[in-house]
Design a protein around this ligand. Structure first.
Ligand SMILES: O=c1[nH]c(=O)c2ncn([C@@H]3O[C@H](COP(=O)(O)OP(=O)(O)OP(=O)(O)O)[C@@H](O)[C@H]3O)c2[nH]1
Length: 215
């Protein structure tokens, strides 16, 4: 059984559509989110911590909203900004920008305590290099956390979706969904199937599900 590690049930509702019935359950574990410029190192470190906690295969999901006109802010700090400013304020700030383009990114980190055929020689690169280890398509072994006596390999999968920040519309989804518009609709206006088909998480999950089935 795969553990999808998150405190956010909305993420698991999306993930269940990609994985075989009964193959995944939510692990409500609040892993340490390190401060980092990118999502890869956060997901990699989280996956190692969650694997040690669960002693079972885990998938950690780190996601964020990157606003072009704010140089990618809030990015890895999206959760904190949602809790402090709130999404209405994020929209107000973006409304003053010339460039309201934005993207959602999601990085999934998988760890089962073993190595992977695609990355036979995971070396201790330290977390700063884990994003680079993810490679251009977001896949990689995630580097190490720099503190482990024996670094645990982590496999990373990234998904990305472009859009723009708009005034809140719709009541579906979660988080920033009401202010993120893609192809004329906000994510909160889409049903789960439609959001999954285009979303950052859906794209990362599709890559993961294909690799997981063949590994
Ligand atoms: O509108 C959204 N649609 C999405 O599809 C989505 N995915 C993530 N987020 C938001 O990005 C932040 C980082 O989240 P995050 O990866 O740190 O997760 P989280 O704090 O919600 O739970 P956990 O998985 O860490 O336990 C949080 O503010 C989430 O609400 C989304 N917002």
């Amino acid at each position: 059984m795969l553990r999808y590690v998150t405190t956010n049930p909305g993420k698991v509702r999306e993930a269940e559509r990609y994985l075989p019935d009964g193959s995944v359950e939510r692990l409500d574990f609040d892993y340490t989110e390190i401060q980092a410029d990118g999502l890869g190192p956060i997901a990699a470190r989280g996956a190692r911590e969650a694997y040690r906690h669960a002693d079972a295969p885990v998938l950690v999901d780190d996601a964020g909203l990157f606003v072009e006109g704010l140089d990618g802010f809030p990015g890895p700090y999206s959760s904190y900004v949602e809790d402090t400013l709130g999404i209405e304020r994020v929209h107000e700030i973006a409304a003053d920008l010339d460039d309201r383009r934005a993207a959602f990114r999601c990085v999934l980190g998988y760890c089962d305590g073993e190595g992977f055929a695609a990355s036979p020689d995971p070396v201790d690169r330290g977390d700063r290099d884990a994003a680079a280890a993810a490679g251009p398509d977001g896949e990689g072994d995630g580097g190490s956390d720099g503190t482990d006596a024996e670094p645990l390999p982590v496999k990373l999968f990234e998904g990305y979706v472009p859009g723009r920040i708009v005034a809140p519309r719709g009541d579906g989804g979660f988080g920033y969904d009401p202010i993120f518009e893609h192809d004329g609709e906000t994510f909160a206006e889409m049903d789960t199937d439609r959001k999954n088909a285009v979303s950052h998480r859906g794209r990362a999950l599709a890559k993961f599900a294909e690799w997981y089935a063949d590994r």
